[in-house]
Design a binder for this molecule. Structure first.
Ligand code: ASP
Ligand code: MG
Length: 385
């Protein structure tokens, strides 16, 4: 029987009505004869609400305890979806990441999947059940609950699809991957296809539609990801080894970044320090022994401690707060006109770039976060309209 892993994001299961809708779709797929594994995210804004709760208790919560807290969001969604499927007359069973055999390293709140042993998932599929797996979480060798970093349910889905030899469909509130976030840039267009590397760079640059590590996983295992809307029709974007048509595939914005300057020789120590805090490198450039380093703070939950550790490693912040990153991604990103367009757009908006990073598939400029939405619209107009 064909086997599919379907992942539904937070907005797809935000309300009880939405959950019922997803159950109806899964039930229809099951009745059509497919074996189905469903990976769910936490309902709506649950993860943000849990993080806010933690912040009210502690400005620097231990990352282990954050994982105990945050993993509860997906656990709620998985159990409710299993109940909704029973109401549809479909036999279903839910599993936590740990029960589903998602084994990770020990990096709390930004863990990497190291192995998938879906023994119980296979058993239940063999009994004719739909299996629901809590996304975004796993278990370490020490039997500690871990989470995979924000947006990590995608990675759960891809990892399970790879381990089970299944197709992978990822459902959200947008009908695939667009040339920019359509909620931000109304002129954005859906891409029929995009290559793994381009998609990884778009995700790193802040595109929310797919998680960067999930795409990395898919690339390493040659899994095609089909990104679709939960609420829409058959439109989709296929993420595979085939690159998108055209030189620039898309534009993305990341609202929460930090920028540091340091001596080039201090880079290794700085990298060790920020990795402990869950920060991700968005760009690094160096000239004459000096380096600039741009970090995404999405999975940082104790920003003051991060700054202190980076200061100890010799990295000083450039501008205190309110920095974002604007990126253009694609095989044409290295053409000088792309970096020029990024800089011109920011100058027009009175938000001159604080740093510019040019890589083979991505140009990223750090700038005032408040200008990002308008900057993304203008950059899209220049490069993609
Ligand atoms: N619920 C988690 C988050 O909001 C994981 C996910 O949605 O993929 O980041
Ligand atoms: Mg979520």
């Amino acid at each position: 029987m064909p086997l599919v892993v379907q992942k539904y994001g937070g907005s797809s299961v935000a309300t009880v009505e939405n959950l019922r809708g997803v159950a109806g779709r899964v039930a229809a797929r099951r009745r059509a004869g497919d074996d189905v594994v469903v990976v769910v995210s936490a309902m709506g804004q649950t993860t943000d609400e849990l993080l806010e709760l933690a912040r009210r208790v502690s400005p620097a919560p231990p990352r282990r305890e954050l994982d105990m807290l945050l993993s509860a969001g997906e656990r709620i969604a998985m159990a409710l979806l299993a109940m909704a499927l029973h109401e549809e007359g479909v036999d279903a069973k839910s599993f936590t990441g740990s029960q589903a055999g998602i084994l990770t390293d020990e990096a709390h709140a930004a863990a990497r999947i190291v192995e998938v042993r879906p023994v119980r998932v296979r058993e239940e599929l063999g009994r004719g059940r739909v299996v629901i797996v809590a996304g975004y979480q796993g278990v370490s060798r020490e039997k500690e609950v871990t989470t995979l970093g924000r947006g990590g349910s995608d990675t759960t889905a891809v990892a399970l699809a790879a381990a089970l030899g299944a197709d992978c469909e990822i459902y959200s509130d947008v009908a695939g991957v667009f040339t920019a976030d359509p909620r931000l840039v109304p002129a954005a267009r859906r891409l029929d296809g995009i290559g793994y590397e381009e998609m990884q760079e778009l995700a790193r640059a802040g595109a929310k539609v797919l998680n960067a590590r999930a795409v990395e996983f898919a690339r390493d295992r040659a899994i095609a990801i089909r990104a679709r809307s939960t609420f829409g029709g058959p439109e989709e974007t296929v993420v595979s080894a085939r690159p998108a048509a055209g030189g620039v595939a898309g534009v993305a914005a990341a609202p929460a970044v930090a920028l540091f300057e340091l001596a080039v020789r201090a880079l290794p120590a700085a990298r060790q320090a920020f990795a402990r805090h869950g920060a991700r490198e968005l760009g690094a450039s160096s000239a004459a022994g000096h380096a600039a380093l741009c970090l995404s703070l999405e999975d940082v939950h104790a920003p003051e401690a991060l700054r202190a550790d980076l200061a100890a490693a010799g990295a000083a912040p450039i501008e205190a707060a309110g920095i974002g990153a604007l990126s253009a991604v694609g095989r044409g990103a290295e053409e000088p006109r792309v970096a020029e367009a990024v800089q011109e757009v920011l100058l027009e908006l009175g938000a001159p770039p604080l740093a510019l990073f040019v890589g083979p598939l991505r140009v990223t400029a750090c700038c005032a976060a408040a200008r990002l939405p308008e900057a993304a619209r203008r950059l899209h107009a220049r490069l993609l309209e």
